[in-house]
Design a protein around this ligand. Sequence first.
Ligand code: FAD
Length: 568
Amino acid sequence: FEQAFRDHRSQLKLVLFCTTVSGGGLLAYGEAVAASEPEQKKKKVVVLGTGWAGTTFLRNLNNPRYEVHVVSPRNYFAFTPLLPSVTCGTVEARSIVEPVRNIFRKKKVNAYFNEAECVKIDAANKKIYCRSNINNNLNVKDEFVVDYDYLVIAVGANVNTFNTPGVVENCHFLKEVEDAQRIRRTVIDCFERASLPSISEEERKRILHFAIVGGGPTGVEFAASLHDFVNEDLVKLYPKAKDLVKITLLEAGDHILSMFDKRITAFAEDKFRRDGIDVKTGSMVVKVSDKEISTKEMKNGGEITSIPYGMAVWSTGIGTRPFIRDFMQQIGQINRRAVATDEWLRVEGTDNVYALGDCATINQRKVMEDIAAIFKKADADNSGTLTVKELQEVLHDICERYPQVELYLKSKQMNNVADLLKESKGDVKKESIELHIEELKTALSNVDSQMKFLPATAQVASQQGTYLAKCFDRMEECEINPEGPLRFRGEGRHRFKPFRYKHLGQFAPLGGEQAAAQLPGDWVSIGHSTQWLWYSIYASKQVSWRTRALVVTDWTRRFLFGRDSSQI
Ligand code: FAD
């Protein structure tokens, strides 16, 4: 108070005079001091992207000491898990999007949005270069530069075509809301074209052949949604098309939904066979022309066959955005699919740059070094072998530090190792068996260098967004009282606990009001009740009450009146 008194003596005189006149007392003095104090400069956080990772970060950031600038080519958040439902009109596109400015409106933090895409990151000078795609009637693209104190990269990924010729020109993708709307229009187009009198029977068959490339969760869900749309709604309106429609699902691997439990894979393949969806496994697409898809049949010694099609949807995985590739080169991260971060989501080789969601990956080399260190510690006598008990302890340690390793082992169906992991908390029965350390080390380090430990899902992206926002909120607090583990290198502790992914389960809607779910603890649930679980979880996960109400209304409308087949 003394200091304030000295600093603001002249103001005090004035205030005392005013308060004597107004009778406002000391309160008025306090306000005058606060108003004259220079405001502490806010740290500028630039967020790239308004998808799952970026939006969750924004929704959870509460510390008003930051000024947030968001740059993204779309001014809304889209609930991607419902995109397959948009392709068939089960849900309307507008029902699954929320304007980002609506999200800001409710925040204490100063936030600004620019509808533009980032084209270059200059990490050395802490600047990003942006270009707006808004049509300004002059055919000139507005360009601008934004500087930052912290940069959060959450730009997701783009579609991976594996450089297959003809894919970009002839296939639909299912990544954005516009893609889903385009697919919906094309499906109806195919039915209308096939109804024209000038079309031959053979051509009709071709037009009504829908090919889906990729037997992952998105491809499978789209195939199931399309099958329901055709059989529950379209065949009533286009009765002649009934016997001509064909849906084919092409998958290069041996099974569809290979990342799920074997029981789910088997159920899905069996259900699709019963529904008449042609599942072609071991079929790798090598070329797509405007009317034919060429595939290499692995089961027939690599024979090339051609399939005529009317509409093709490409859903085979994700790739790196070009400006992210440039950025990775700039910071010395070469030959990677995604930006490498440490466990605190900090981009390696940069200052104050964070990456999360589909565009990022936690550095595996570092993980491998840690795993090797854990093994070395366990094999104290240097014998090169471990008993099952020792191995279980080692794996337990690894999985506690890196839960994603357990997920990886399961996804590769290395069940023997995964079983050992599961048993590690209970009784050990196979004490006498010895396993070679090298065997497991090789298995773990054989992880394809392009493969992420964490799956590219909304679940990972949103958990990372929440984690990072909490770190930002407590940045100063944790600087003084660090809460993280001891540093491997250097003194003291890390400021924060590292990011830990919590797997909450995975769904695969299979059509006909049936779904499969793989829930934590390897609990598998398949059938109609699982579909209702899916409805309730996806309704609850909506980002606002507005979209929740719209989505539930759309589902009800569909139950009562069926899907809309107009081309709007
Ligand atoms: P995104 O959500 O893709 O967001 C990226 C953001 O970056 C976008 O706003 C984009 O406009 C913006 N951007 C792009 N380029 C730039 C640039 N140059 N500058 C600035 N901004 C840019 N996951 C699940 O967990 N469960 C599901 O059921 C599920 N279903 C899915 C169904 C479909 C059809 C799809 C496509 C995906 C599904 N996923 C699901 C995966 C999930 O959507 C992604 O893992 C998730 O969106 C990743 O979040 P993200 O924030 O990293 O990227």
